[in-house]
Design a protein. Structure first.
Length: 155
């Protein structure tokens, strides 16, 4: 019969082997996520060029002081109405029809551009108003405005 094993030597990974293994794992992760890493580098570059990265780093280094100053400033009485209305404002923003609002602002901007083309001293008479109603764009705008007023007046 053989001798019983009394001395068990455990295999230990050397520091060099561990570093080699970790490096291979990192290389594999870099290869698999190349596009995301490049986008991340571009984002960091843009943040750095805009000065945002420096601001974020400074804020992180002095976060306690910055937060204390922020709390001191926001605690002033002049901000009380803002803080009281903030929850309601957040819920209001959640209820907004963003697509409709975007369409409205686009139309408002178009209307402002047209308005700027009209000379300041020009005055319209009643016949020009009736004539303008035949213009499909004017008629559509007036119809939209009337629909808006009707909807706004409902309970």
């Amino acid at each position: 019969m053989g001798k019983p094993i009394t001395d068990i030597k455990r295999y230990t990974v050397t520091k060099e082997e561990k570093m080699e293994s970790d490096l291979a794992e990192v290389k594999e992760a870099v290869a698999e996520n190349k596009d995301a890493i490049l986008k991340g580098i571009e984002l960091l570059k843009a943040l750095d060029e805009g000065g945002t990265l420096d601001t974020a780093q400074s804020f992180t280094n002095a976060k306690r002081t910055a937060l204390e100053r922020f709390v001191q400033e926001i605690s002033k009485e002049q901000y009380t109405p803002l803080l009281e209305n903030l929850p309601g404002l957040i819920f209001l923003v959640g209820e907004l029809d963003v697509k409709g609002l975007r369409d409205l602002t686009t139309r408002l901007n178009q209307g402002i551009k047209e308005m700027e083309r009209v000379p300041e001293d020009k005055k319209a008479n009643i016949f020009e108003v009736f004539k303008a109603l035949k213009d499909p764009n004017v008629n559509r705008s007036l119809t939209l405005l009337l629909g808006f007023l009707k909807g706004m007046g409902k309970n």
